[in-house]
Design a protein around this ligand. Structure first.
Ligand SMILES: C[S@@+](CC[C@H](N)C(=O)[O-])C[C@H]1O[C@@H](n2cnc3c(N)ncnc32)[C@H](O)[C@@H]1O
Length: 260
């Protein structure tokens, strides 16, 4: 057994080194890795989610983020890392659902990259209390189903949503058009959704809920998707009408075909 991770929840998970040198996990239940091994856990989180979102959001005194789902917490920790590195003074509120209580409680024993070392007290507070607060940051984890959780928020609350569930094939309930309809209700008009998925089914579910769909490309990492109700500039907009006309049989996932 790897001594680095001996107290981590290794019944359900296996720790794996990803290509950027950061550790991620493999889920036995979902038969999937938490991050792309090729892109690297830290690199994927920072590049496809945090940098991608902060590049396009409007300046504001307070930024509300929905992190779907907490998992190992890379997107939340990478956000705090980015905010600190870039001296961003806005108040940051992060809300994150997660079904796996055992995972959250064992995160104090996970081996995070050195970039997250300064956040050790945050991971411990989250593992113990599911909440961390200081004068600028508020992070809270909801132990339960994301589908229920997202219905609790008010209209147009979020500036950023990190859509980072397991893949549509292994966790379809977090990719249906009804699910994205609920996200459409709670995101601001100029809010940004980031996701690693470039699948047409995912993009259709976004498009059918009124989002513009964009192809996000960054150096050294595979392409991903950004969605917003707003027109974004300096990014390639996906021509959805053309994609649909070339792929007439493709349909967005719907709640009728999946169970939750
Ligand atoms: C790909 S991982 C998230 C990775 C995470 N963003 C990170 O940086 O480590 C997906 C997570 O979704 C959780 N999950 C699956 N279905 C869920 C649901 N319906 N509600 C809440 N969490 C769910 C899984 O337990 C898993 O931890």
């Amino acid at each position: 057994m790897n001594t680095l991770t001996s107290s981590f929840d290794d019944e359900q998970h296996k720790i794996i080194l990803s290509e950027d040198g950061s550790y991620t996990a493999y889920s036995k239940e979902y038969d999937e890795h938490y991050h792309s091994l090729k892109d690297g856990a830290l690199n994927e989180s920072l590049s496809k989610h945090v940098i991608a979102a902060f590049k396009f959001i409007q300046k504001s005194d307070e930024i509300n983020i929905l992190d779907i789902c907490f998992g190992l917490g890379f997107n939340t920790l990478a956000t705090l890392y980015y905010v600190k590195q870039n001296n961003i003074k806005a108040k940051i509120n992060i809300y994150s659902p997660e079904l796996d209580t055992t995972l959250i409680e064992s995160l104090r024993n996970f081996t995070y990259p050195k970039e997250f070392e300064e956040f050790k007290e945050i991971t411990i507070a989250l593992a113990n209390n599911k909440v961390y607060k200081n004068e600028s940051w508020h992070v809270s984890i909801y132990l339960g189903n994301a589908r229920e959780y997202i219905k609790e928020f008010s209209h147009a609350k979020f500036d950023i949503i990190y859509q980072d569930a397991f893949s549509p094939s292994s966790n379809p309930i977090l990719w249906t058009k009804e699910y994205f309809k609920d996200l459409a209700n709670i995101i601001k008009k100029d809010g940004i959704i980031t996701t690693y998925s470039v699948a047409l089914k995912t993009r259709l579910a976004l498009y059918e809920n009124g989002f513009n769909v964009y192809l996000y490309s960054a150096k050294g990492i595979r392409d991903s998707t950004i969605a917003s109700f707003s027109e974004l500039y300096d990014i390639k907009k996906v021509d959805m009408l053309h994609k649909i006309s070339c792929n007439k049989d493709v349909k967005a996932l719907s709640d009728d075909e999946v169970s939750y």
